[in-house]
Design a protein around this ligand. Structure first.
Ligand code: C5P
Length: 249
């Protein structure tokens, strides 16, 4: 059996900082700094609070995943990615359906900039098919493949174009792992404790232990921590579950 330290397990936990504004986000960062591996800043918070929330997370010596799912012409995404790297984010994502050139140009721009300026090179993830879309939605958009095939297709495209990994639902972990190997990073949201009934809009959920056992490198957790009576205790329980997954995985 592997011996897993608490911090190795906590490193795998990405907290979804889905706060409405700066002050609320700051109070979560103060509570959870040192207890999670990364803070995920998405559209809502970044639009409301701007880069100063990234600065605050960096001041606390914590890691940031900027979840803005860039999708535009290659030049625009590459420039946005450089701006993200300059802010010091540790991870950000782009839509794989932006195409190979968009991903390749972005990876290259970030490599060139971070080497030139001695900055930390952020991990670049791709988003494949949003889990809010089903087979009928893909047909409507004009995609020929079903969601399962489209996820693997776009993940392979992103991998070939130089992305380091994907954000993927729990149900896709196994096929992505077997199709793309062990170095490809898989980040999985939709995590709920096996001990609690599901109370919100996540339909396909998995416990942290199961997700890590299946091969997720990181898990994203928001409401199970934010809505807990004791958020720090909930966070520590999830870290314990991650460590169980790492021990037995
Ligand atoms: O609160 P909860 O744990 O469901 O938070 C999940 C986070 O992961 C949210 O920030 C949400 O935007 C994100 N996410 C998701 N499902 C996806 C991709 C991202 O829930 N398929």
């Amino acid at each position: 059996m592997k011996n897993i330290s608490n911090s190795e397990a906590a490193d795998k936990l990405i907290f979804a900082l889905d706060a409405a504004g700066y002050d609320e986000a700051v109070s979560w960062i103060d509570i959870l700094s040192g207890h999670v591996g990364m803070f995920k800043v998405g559209f809502e918070l970044f639009t409301a609070a701007g880069p100063k929330i990234i600065d605050y997370i960096k001041q606390k010596n914590q890691r940031v995943f900027l979840d803005l799912k860039f999708h535009d012409i290659p030049n625009t995404v590459a420039r946005a990615a450089e701006a993200a790297a300059k802010m010091g984010v540790d991870m950000f994502n782009v839509h794989a359906s932006g195409g190979s050139k968009m991903i390749r140009d972005t990876v290259k721009a970030v490599e060139t900039l971070t080497e030139k300026d001695g900055l930390v090179k952020p991990v670049i993830l791709a988003v494949t098919v949003l889990t809010s879309l089903n087979d009928v939605d893909l047909q409507e958009i004009g995609f020929a493949k079903n969601t399962n095939d489209q996820v693997l297709h776009l993940a392979s495209l992103a991998n070939a174009a130089g992305a380091s990994g994907v954000v993927a639902s729990a149900q896709d972990i196994v096929k992505l792992r077997s199709g793309l190997g062990n170095d490809f990073i898989i980040v999985t949201p939709g995590i709920r404790s096996s001990r609690e009934p599901v109370k919100d809009d996540q339909k396909r959920t998995l416990s942290a232990t199961e997700a890590v056992k299946l091969g997720a490198d990181y898990i994203v957790v928001g409401r199970p921590i934010r809505q807990a009576t004791d958020p720090l205790a909930a966070c520590e329980q999830i870290v314990k579950e991650i460590s169980e997954g790492m021990t037995t995985g």
